[in-house]
Design a protein. Structure first.
Length: 219
């Protein structure tokens, strides 16, 4: 059976929220209004302090901005956004941990509620094997502006991981998971080596109660 290292993206692998960074990039390219940008920023602040949870409707609204965009054009936009706004925000400590897992022949999986096109870009940059992320619907090589399936968040992260684990012969009890938010708790509880990065207050309390490792990473 394979040992896996699951890395959450936002505020774990990267200093910041990728969706917020993407919207900022959209704004810089004059694709969204300042009012919409302000709403996104407010939601992420409330999410970080635990007042709101998944924010499905706001995510659907954000992803609707991609309606009628060609798939290849959107992929290029994601690559440009990553190179300009996100790549420099990857924690060096995260890269060190990824190198540790590579040296130990662990399978490395990026897992995030963020857009899979972006997460795949990060995956390719870090040269890791797999990504699990929120998918956007594509028809005839054009984005519909809708989310395909469920947002990869909270219990949904664990559900998808358990489903793939059966197919890929993953040993979750010998595996690692890195997360920052209380919504990561189901996946963290499912692995043998849960590691908490820059946690919110609720997750820090849980981690200390359970004796989990807590790291505070900086750029």
């Amino acid at each position: 059976m394979k040992t896996v290292a699951f890395f959450d993206i936002d505020d774990t692998l990267i200093c910041g929220q990728t969706q917020k960074l993407l919207i900022s990039y959209f704004y810089k390219k004059r694709k969204v209004s300042s009012l919409f940008l302000s709403r996104i920023y407010l939601w992420f602040f409330l999410y970080k302090i635990g007042i709101v949870s998944k924010g499905t409707s706001l995510m659907e609204k954000a992803y609707s901005l991609a309606k009628n965009v060609k798939e290849e054009e959107f992929k290029k936009f994601m690559r440009d956004a990553f190179n300009e706004n996100i790549k420099s925000l990857i924690y060096p400590q995260a890269v060190e941990r990824i190198d540790f897992h590579k040296k130990n022949y662990h399978e490395i999986v990026l897992i995030s509620k963020s857009c899979k096109f972006l997460v795949d870009t990060i995956k390719d940059y870090l040269k890791v094997s797999l990504s699990i992320a929120t998918e956007l619907e594509v028809k005839n090589q054009v984005l519909t502006g809708k989310i395909k399936g469920n947002i990869i968040h909270g219990k949904e992260k664990l559900r998808v991981v358990e489903e793939i684990a059966l197919k890929k012969d993953w040993n979750l009890k010998e595996s690692y998971a890195y997360g920052d938010h209380i919504s990561d708790l189901p996946l963290l509880k499912a692995v043998g080596h849960p590691i908490v990065i820059n946690p919110d207050k609720k997750l820090e309390k849980e981690a200390r109660k359970r004796g989990w490792k807590i790291y505070f990473w900086k750029l």
